[in-house]
Design a binder for this molecule. Structure first.
Ligand SMILES: *[C@@H]1O[C@H](CO)[C@@H](O)[C@H](O)[C@H]1NC(C)=O
Ligand SMILES: *[C@@H]1O[C@H](CO)[C@@H](O)[C@H](O)[C@H]1NC(C)=O
Length: 708
């Protein structure tokens, strides 16, 4: 064969301005060392005053902050950006030579995740611009809800119209609901045929939506509908969500040609519904367990070499993503070692200023690029393409065969019913007993962030991963819309990350040979995230407390020791702010998809107005409110002294940084004061929280005045 010049299927570039950043980081580090030194040498001096605890506390906090900053530099030192070349992919591979792709959508609760939302996700991934014979979509329903099944059945019929429509008019995005919503803000299609077909398809969609929502309202599928599809009989033996047989239905498959063609006579992708067996006496391992059942069941049905998993509350915003991802896997030179291609999780229902910081801009726009520079981003549980072999525990041994075509040899010649029967056994609740599933195969169990630990264990087998963050976002999801939801989510992440520190994959002390030092430090940054609460508490209590009783803790403004403090404070603030603003410009403000169905009317109104939602009385809120009120008291007392006492101003010159810190804490807590004292709506902080926090803060102030 004649040797052609080789063009890579993707390109990797370094961030601009990396040298400037490194110089800045080195200066920062020097300044941090000065701060450590200042604090250490001052512990003894204050010791003579009899107040070593304050300096000791601050030293601990500053040491910790400094180390945590150091770990976070691993995620900023070497940012890389990836760019795939789809046109080269299609030049090099004919459609028939592309690998199969299995797409998993996981849902767990039809009340929180309405079936109509779930099928919009399913339809958007069925409509990828990819050969349909190679595409299979699996819905895992951990609630085993017949309404979700019914919705998927409806979607399989609607797909017969929707997919040809998408192809004909090159529709984007391909979630019907999202597409109709974009039309609301844009001009209608000019083309006559397009407008006509659009009307027709919208009507089909609306009718389907009404049928599904009616079924949900009734709490069950109507009798005459049930009789039309044999699949519903599988619910005859169903007792409860936690106790039922495996339910598996292959809704569309090429072996059932009459049913699996669209209105233009072309094949549709394979579509499968799965509710794995659940028994109260067996642990089901949440989403990780569902994913592993899907991996096994799909290996029987389509056994594609590439797996994409998405959450049911997000849809594909680009029909090209599969091809983008394949450019990485299929590159002959560098693709072999790539185990997964992670896309960022982007959100559609964030407000203009992203009230709860759901977009995690520093993580998605900076840190994951930095992890990529050191051998691979974390697996974040959704929007991720996997190489099946790697996910199933295979080690990377220097070369993988890149044999993309052998999948179908597995799938034995059987009819659909036999296929369903055989797959059923793979999803039963005892299947994993005495196997490596959950330990070395599939998603790993026993961790609150099973996705991250799975990615880590794949990387420790020698594989690399890739982060691809296209300008036009590939997946759009829904962000939490109340403060409590956000805090609970962060708490789960933080706890899960901490669990990893003490697991068999701890980046701190396990020999993860193939993971570079930089990536280890990057992981550690997240693993230690939860522990940052202690230094944060120290820093929001000790300086204000000492301000109240008149103990200076920071260097005076004319002292040379003031310089490193000022440099670190200003440097970090400006750096963080610019990171946020540079990428914050991409926050979109799209037409809102507020559905009163899954959100209280006035909650959603407050969310749109960016008024923080408290409402519930949670210990998390009591802690926040107490700190806020305590700092407010300290600041007020200080201001009173400043105004009323003689020489007050001079006294506080010595404590300028403390006054500023206290003022800053009060400033960032303004939404809490509003929630405590000014607002009257249902989303404000409950009176019990207000009473508790005031009492606690007041006693802290009084006690410190008496005893210090
Ligand atoms: C989603 O896709 C549409 C095109 O269909 C594009 O205009 C929009 O910018 C994308 N959204 C994001 C957040 O990138
Ligand atoms: C945004 O997403 C969250 C799920 O995280 C959901 O609870 C909320 O209702 C959504 N809001 C809208 C407006 O869809």
């Amino acid at each position: 064969m004649e040797r052609r010049e080789y063009y890579s299927l993707f390109e990797t570039t370094r961030a601009r301005g990396w040298l400037i950043y490194r110089v800045f980081a080195i200066f920062m580090f020097v300044a941090i060392c000065f701060i450590w030194f200042y604090r250490l040498s001052n512990i003894t001096i204050n010791g003579e005053d009899g107040k070593p605890w304050a300096s000791l506390g601050l030293f601990g906090a500053e040491l910790w902050f400094g180390l945590s900053w150091l770990f976070s530099q691993a995620l900023r030192w070497n940012l890389v950006f990836r760019k795939p070349f789809k046109s080269r992919l299609s030049q090099r591979y004919e459609e028939m030579n592309l690998p199969g792709v299995d797409i998993y959508v996981c849902t767990a609760d039809p009340d929180i995740e309405p079936p109509i939302m779930v099928i919009n996700t399913v339809l958007s991934v069925m409509a990828y611009d990819y050969p349909v014979e190679k595409l299979s979509v699996y819905l895992s329903d951990d609630a085993a809800s017949d309404i979700t099944f019914y919705a998927l059945l409806e979607a399989s019929t609607f797909a017969k119209h929707w997919l040809p429509f998408c192809k004909r008019f090159e529709v984007e995005p391909r979630s019907p609901l999202a597409y109709f919503n974009t039309l609301a803000s844009k001009t209608y299609p000019h083309h006559h045929n397009h407008a006509k077909d659009l009307e027709a398809i919208k009507k089909l969609y609306e009718n389907m939506k009404i049928r599904i929502e009616d079924a949900a309202k009734l709490g069950g599928v109507p009798k005459e509908t049930r009789s039309k599809h044999s699949g519903f009989s599988l619910w005859d033996s169903y007792t409860s969500r936690r106790d039922h047989n495996t339910i598996i239905q292959i809704l569309l498959h090429e072996k059932d040609p009459q049913n699996s063609k669209d209105v233009d006579g072309f094949n549709l992708p394979t579509l499968v519904y799965l509710a794995r067996e659940k028994r109260p006496q067996h642990h089901h391992n949440f989403k990780a367990g569902a994913m592993n059942a899907l991996i096994r069941v799909s290996s029987k049905i389509s056994n594609a070499k590439v797996i994409l998993n998405v959450d049911c509350d997000m849809y594909s915003n680009s029909s090209q993503s599969v091809k983008d991802a394949l450019c990485f896997f299929m590159d002959e030179e560098k693709g072999q070692e790539i185990a997964f291609v992670q896309f960022p999780q982007s959100f559609e229902n964030v407000t203009k200023n992203d009230l709860y910081g759901s977009s995690l801009i520093p993580v998605t726009e900076v840190e994951l690029h930095g992890a990529d520079g050191y051998g691979g981003p974390l697996y974040i549980g959704t929007c991720c393409f996997h190489r099946r072999d790697a996910l199933c525990g295979k080690k990377y041994n220097g070369r993988s065969t890149n044999d993309w075509m052998s999948e179908n040899s597995h799938v034995i010649e059987t009819n659909l019913q036999e296929l369903e029967e055989q797959s059923k056994a793979l999803a039963c609740s005892t299947y994993e007993e005495n196997t490596l599933w959950g330990k070395e195969m599939g998603l790993r169990y026993g961790c609150l962030v099973e996705d991250v630990i799975t990615g880590l264990s794949i990387q420790s087998q020698g594989w690399k991963s890739v982060y691809y963050n296209p300008t036009r976002k590939a997946f759009l999801g829904l962000a939490p819309t109340t403060l409590l939801q956000t805090l609970v989510q962060h708490k789960r992440w933080a706890e899960g990350e901490l669990q990893i520190l003490f697991s068999n994959y701890s980046p701190a002390w396990c020999s993860l040979r193939s993971i570079s030092l930089g990536l280890r430090m990057g992981y550690l940054h997240y693993n230690l995230w939860a522990t940052t609460c202690f230094p944060t508490l120290c820093y929001s209590i000790i300086p204000s407390l000492c301000l109240l009783v008149g103990i200076p803790l920071f260097p005076k403004i004319y002292s040379p020791w003031f310089i490193p403090f000022a440099f670190v404070i200003l440097g970090e603030s400006i750096h963080n702010l610019s990171e946020f603003l540079i990428f914050g410009g991409t926050i979109q403000d799209s037409p809102f998809i507020i559905t009163a169905k899954f959100m209280d009317e006035d909650v959603s109104q407050r969310y749109e107005k960016e008024v923080m939602e408290f409402g519930a009385s949670s210990p998390l809120f009591t802690v926040l409110a107490t700190l806020a009120v305590f700092n407010l008291f300290c600041l007020l007392a200080t201001l009173k002294e400043l105004v009323l006492s003689e020489g007050g101003v001079r006294a506080y010159e010595e404590m300028l940084l403390q006054v500023l810190l206290c003022g800053f804490l009060v400033f960032i807590n303004v939404p809490i004061y509003q929630g405590l004292f000014l607002r009257k709506d249902k989303g404000s902080l409950p009176t019990s929280v207000a009473i508790k926090s005031i009492a606690l803060a007041l006693s802290a102030c009084v006690l410190s005045k008496i005893f210090i």
